[in-house]
Design a protein around this ligand. Structure first.
Ligand SMILES: C[S@@+](CC[C@H](N)C(=O)[O-])C[C@H]1O[C@@H](n2cnc3c(N)ncnc32)[C@H](O)[C@@H]1O
Length: 263
């Protein structure tokens, strides 16, 4: 989703310097932060797709919301009782989230931190019960590095959402492929990720558009198994009991890429 083209044009509510808003938050006084959002009541309608796939009672659970923006999803998890760590690398969105958190009376339940997803490599906290990684993946130049870090911080449920490229029929790819058989990679359903050298939807921060087969293959390769697809471009996963297929190799590369000392 392109942040630049999909923000509310209108002023919404709250201090004027906080506008424009990407999240249409419904505040306790009945006002909304982006009532004229080009995607409608966003992300409320996406939450309504996802909500039945998460426990109604998250009391005592810890959640991590990566790329939290103005905090819509963090607030929904907190309303279900979770203690939420909400991270984003953009100070402007964190200011929106901090203001809205106060309006909603959730200061004690939602902690906001300015952090990049790559900083998870050094986050000294146990893996979380619920992790949201929504709308961030395609903005990253190093998506699989980020996904490995996200998987490492997931003890329970990971919810993943990304902009995709067309194609929704995964192929049952072979365990190994002869170097002479590479034509098969052009078959429909072979996992593919399109690189966007310049811009997509006017947004130069859109770098990669994976198709559904590629999303699912990458999730599996980080050691997750897919348990549900609540809607278009939406996946719910949990750690596979057997772990990542090549866990040691993945871990060692991750340690090198993030320059942390192998534990
Ligand atoms: C398209 S918005 C998605 C917001 C929200 N997660 C949702 O699904 O509605 C992308 C968000 O990710 C944040 N973001 C982009 N790259 C990031 C990174 N490397 N680390 C943390 N946040 C990032 C942006 O600042 C923005 O708030």
């Amino acid at each position: 989703m392109s942040m630049r083209t999909l923000q509310s044009e209108g002023a919404g509510v709250g201090p004027p310097e906080l506008s424009p808003w990407f999240h249409n938050l419904h505040l306790p006084d009945g006002s909304q932060t982006a009532p004229d959002h080009p995607l409608g009541d966003f992300p409320g309608w996406k939450w309504r797709e996802l909500a039945p796939h998460l426990p109604g009672d998250l009391s005592g659970k810890r959640a991590l919301d990566i790329g939290c923006n103005a905090g819509f999803y963090s607030f929904e998890l907190a309303k279900r009782g979770a203690q939420v760590l909400a991270i984003d690398f953009d100070e402007r969105y964190l200011k929106q989230a901090a203001w809205a958190r106060g309006q909603m009376g959730l200061d004690d339940q939602v902690e906001l931190r300015r952090m990049s997803v790559y900083d998870l490599a050094e986050l000294d906290e146990e893996p979380f019960d619920v992790v949201l990684f929504l709308g961030v993946f395609y903005h990253l130049r190093h998506p699989l590095l980020a996904l490995d870090l996200v998987a490492e911080k997931t003890a329970g449920t990971l919810v993943f959402q990304t902009l995709t490229s067309p194609g929704d029929e995964p192929l049952d790819t072979p365990r190994d492929l002869s170097i002479h058989d590479r034509e098969r990679m052009r078959e429909p359903g072979w996992p593919r990720m399109a690189f966007i050298e310049n811009e997509l939807a006017g947004d130069p921060t859109n770098w990669w558009a994976a198709d559904a087969a590629c999303v699912e293959a990458m999730l599996r390769s980080t050691g997750m198994c897919i348990t549900a697809r609540p809607g278009h471009e939406f996946w719910v996963c949990e750690p596979a009991p057997e772990g990542a297929p090549q866990a040691e190799m993945v871990r060692s590369e991750l340690d090198s890429a993030t320059r942390r000392i192998a534990r």
